[in-house]
Structures are given as C-alpha cells and as structure tokens.
Write a new protein. Structure first.
Length: 390
C-alpha cells in the first residue's frame, strides 16, 4: 500500500485528514526501522549467521556516542534516519561535507551551481532544482512528495542550533536533512538506504552529480567518513564499554569463525595496548593508528593491538581468559604445537591466528590497522601453539 502526499490539494494544508496521513506515514517508517531491533532482541540466543553486532546497531537507525558528529545535531540526523530509512551516519557525513555542520563560509549563499544551505540543496541554476522536485519513495515509507516538504513527516527535535523561524527552509538543519534524505533516496529509484553499501555510494554520486571529479572524490570520501563514524560509534554502548559480541549456536570452531567475522566487521582501529584491560575487548591504548597510517598519541578511542585482538577472539568462545597478555607470552597460555583447525603463531613482536590456514590478525592492510581476515603470510620466526580442543 502506498500513500501519495498531494501537496497541491488538501492533504498538507493543515486539515486533520492531512495531519493524520502524515502521522501514519511517519509511524509506519519508525515501525519499519525499529522492527529489526525488536526482532533482534528475541533471536540473539539463536543467531545463526555471520551478521555482526555493528549491523544490528545500524538496523536501529541511531547515531550513538564516540564520534566527532556534533551532539547537538544528532537528534536531527536520527529523526530523519528513523522516518525515512536512510543511514544516519550517511546524512551526517553529507552535512559535514556540504556545510561543515553550518560552520563553512558562505553556506547560506547560493553558490555558482545553484545550491545552498545546511545540506547544499540545489534550488535552480546549473545543478537544477531538487528543492522543488517531487520524489517517490518505494518503501519504508512508500509515498510521493516534494522534497522541500519532507520536514512534515517527522517530529522536529525540541532544540538544535541554526533553527529558522519559518519552514520549510534549506538553511534550517532539520528541514534540510529531511529533504536531503528524500533526495538521496530519489537518486536510487526511491529505495531505502539503511546501510553504507553500494546503494549509498550510488546515492552520493547522484547527490553530487558525479561520483568524483578532478577536484573531489566526493562519493568515496563521504562514504568513507560515514563508515568511520559508524565503526567508532559501534565500539561504544550506552555504558561506555564495547558493544557485546553475538555468540551464535554451533561448535566452538563455528563460533570462533563467526566471532572473527563479527570483530572484523566492526572495523576496530589498531591501538597499541588496546585490549589489555581487565576484561577482554577494545580499550584505549598509548596511541592509535589513523586512516593514513599515522600514530595518534593520546587518542582516547577504544581499539585493539595484535595480542588484545587474539585474546578477545579466543576468550569470547570459551578459551579461559589469561588476563592482559603480550604477544610473546601466548605460549604460556595455549597448548604447544599445531591444533586440529586453529593455530596461533606468536613471537615478541606479533601474534596472529589461522583457521584451517586462513589468517586473522591486525594488519596495515585493514581499517586503521585493526583485526580482520588477511592474505596468507609467512610463519618464519614464529612459535606455533593452539587453543586446547581446537
């Protein structure tokens, strides 16, 4: 069933019927977005695929803590994400790119392409007039509406910076973000954009007018920043600790592979000393690796080094936790020699795991040096051990 919002008629002219339709549409959207969360609460104990905790969190459509997204704007992005089923980190990254969250010079002045405002919405000229264009959303929620009136579909946050006195306004962050969410979906045939995937990339290409140009690698840069924020936020739950891992049913070996996939999907940065807290899992270290491979000393972000990553992986599937442990000490924790399926190779400088020959480790080839599956590597100079039973 679809709802057509006829702005030229009576539906959005303040009539009770119009307001009821809008509330219904927004309610449907919220229920659709929240349904995976409700479902997840009931199936965590029987989780049987490799979907990670980060994917469960993304399904909730909420920005959490732990990022550089200005907290005062988080309710704006979350409201748009929940109502229109567009990833909130994607919306935040577009705002950062287009107006610096309202701090860039000249963002309230129409530029040479005809774009203006918090999300640099195009209002005529070389880039066309998306603000006044009509977009059809194919699902979650299904409706047709002019982009400028998307703000009517959700409850406006009670307080946020730069709010204007009249609406709709492309300078108002809420109005602009709601419109941008509709526009992004319009660039991918009206489809929802809940994940930071190829659909999100194509939507960004359409929003900018091209994926990249000689001056800017727009779609890739905006998407990469959104992914970084999403990963950073996923490492922190409401209590400030690491997101709990989902341990699926199955054999210990099956659980280990699933947890290795899950940790890899979290895109946890390499932090020297990370994972050496009393409880296994990401924790702050002396320094963390940046996207460019530089060392950021004093970075408070939670991360993992090689031994912290392997400790968390093994302890999560029932191997007795040895406490904080350096890479050279793994021989005192594990059984010597090769295992049936799982081997741990260690020396004083590094430790990594192989599962039936497949390598899992922290590596410069991964996101900010963090843990994930990698290409095969040499074992020369390493001692071999294994978790008992594996």
């Amino acid at each position: 069933m679809s709802v057509t919002v006829e702005l030229a008629g009576r539906l959005l002219t303040g009539t009770p019927q119009g307001r009821r339709v809008l509330r219904w549409a927004a309610g449907v959207a919220i229920l659709v977005v929240l349904a995976p969360v409700i479902l997840a609460a009931g199936v965590l104990s029987v989780f049987s695929d490799t979907k990670s905790a980060i994917e469960q969190q993304v399904a909730a459509g909420l920005i959490g803590s732990g990022t550089s997204i200005p907290p005062v704007f988080v309710p704006v992005f979350n409201a748009a994400a929940q109502t229109l089923d567009v990833n909130p980190y994607l919306l935040a990254s577009v705002a950062a790119e287009e107006s610096g969250f309202g701090t860039a010079g000249g963002w309230t002045t129409v530029n040479s392409a005809g774009c203006v405002g918090f999300m640099q919405t195009c209002v005529g000229g070389r880039a066309g007039d998306s603000w006044d264009s009509t977009v059809t959303l194919t699902a979650n929620p299904p409706l047709t509406l002019p982009e400028r009136d998307a703000y009517q579909l959700a409850q406006r946050p009670s307080q946020y910076p730069l709010e204007t006195t009249s609406h709709p306004s492309y300078d108002d962050p809420f109005d602009a973000v709601m419109a941008a969410a509709v526009e992004l979906r319009g660039k991918v045939d009206g489809a929802p954009i809940p994940a930071l995937d190829q659909t999100a990339y194509q939507a960004l290409c359409g929003y900018y007018g091209a994926c990249a140009d000689p001056a800017a690698n727009y779609a890739a840069d905006v998407l990469a920043r959104a992914k970084e924020w999403q990963a950073e936020s996923a490492l922190v739950n409401a209590g400030g600790g690491p997101v709990p891992l989902v341990i699926p049913p199955g054999s210990q070996l099956q659980q280990l592979v699933a947890v290795a996939n899950e940790i890899a999907a979290m895109r946890i940065p390499y932090c020297w000393g990370g994972g050496h807290a009393t409880t296994p899992g990401p924790s702050p270290g002396s320094w963390c690796q940046s996207l460019a491979g530089a060392r950021i000393f004093g970075d408070p972000q939670a991360g993992l080094d090689c031994s912290g990553a392997v400790r968390w992986l093994l302890a999560s599937v029932g191997v007795t936790d040895p406490g904080p442990i350096g890479s050279g000490a793994f021989g005192s924790w594990l059984a010597p020699g090769p295992g049936a399926h799982v081997d741990v190779y260690y020396n004083q400088a590094h430790v990594f795991v192989t599962v039936d020959g497949r390598v899992w480790q922290t590596s410069d080839a991964n996101y900010r040096g963090g843990p994930a599956w990698t290409a095969p590597r040499s074992t020369v100079g390493f001692t071999r051990a294994h978790p008992p039973g594996l």
